[in-house]
Design a protein around this ligand. Sequence first.
Ligand code: 5AD
Ligand code: SF4
Ligand code: FES
Length: 362
Amino acid sequence: MNVSGVKSLLNKSSFTKSDLIYLLSLTGDAKTALFEKAAEVKEQYVGRKVYFRGLIELSNICRKNCLYCGIRSGNSKVSRYNLDDEEVVETAKFAWQSKYASLAIQTGELNSNDFIERINNLLDKINKATNNELGITLSLGEQTEETYQEWFDKGAIRYLLRIESSNKDLYHKIHPNNLLHDYDTRLNCLKSLQRIGYQVGSGVMIGLPFQTLEHLAEDLLWMQEFDIDMVGMGPYVEHPDTPLFEYSNTLLPLQERLDLSLKMYALLRILMKDINIAAPTALQAIDPLGREKAIKVGANVIMPNITPGIYRNNYKLYENKPCVDDAADDCKSCLEARIQLTGDEIGFGEQGNSKHYYKKIR
Ligand code: 5AD
Ligand code: SF4
Ligand code: FES
């Protein structure tokens, strides 16, 4: 197909799996046409604005053992930490005072009553300290519907739980084979979150061992079919202290994983025009300008790391994690300069909730 053929394909109102496989393999001018189309759609449907979610990595203690993740419970090389509530509240205040308007709390997965209660208390404390003005995203793994409901009632409005891969076989290849790592459980959690009324985010890793373009095309269609409000997806970056590391020699080179990720953002923007798409930090582990490139092809959310500096180095899901030696203030000025380079504006003081979500509930 020539470039004008690709351009008319991109104007279709729905895409088949084989369309998407074809589009994921574009190179040269045809790939540029894809990126330009995604930029157009972004400008038209969500505007050229980037919203911030200050990211707090609450703890790296995790009960799970995902085969790709550097902080899996089986990795005894990690020194485990847990922020205390005062540190979290101070960090939340920093986000609020910096006009980030949104906060994302992420942690290894725990589900004890103490943990559930701790989050309830923290939500109260954060809301009190920030005049209820922060839009709070939780990313705290699989929980019961009752727990999700409690946190929602305490004021959390968004929840991010990646499906990792929408293909059940691939999901089970990258997770231990036990009930703690079950595809259907993950899917049911996502359904609970939707029922409760969260803005629901999901996403996948791109460039995993055993993953094909067909899997990624299915992932795009899955996200559309599940009708997610937001997405967090990014390149898989191997970590030496994990079981999947043994397949490193089968992976695409890092630059190609980045390139494939950019095509995934662009295609998802074209498929789901008004959702929020995050440019994850894992992009920057590959290319210093990785996140800026994602913003150019459809992403509209960035999550500046505001975890207190002394802990950042211990929350390493993958290698080459950026900003581990930086303080929250450094990330702030760094990001402002970076986003200016893309030509977009930062939505300071705006929560930047998913337009897609509001359209659905009307
Ligand atoms: N490379 C890229 N992303 C990873 N994650 C975990 N380990 C890795 C890795 N090695 C992602 C998963 C998880 C999120 C918190 O981080 O998608 O959902
Ligand atoms: Fe735990 Fe999440 Fe890492 Fe899995 S990906 S081991 S659940 S922190
Ligand atoms: Fe953290 Fe640039 S974004 S230092």
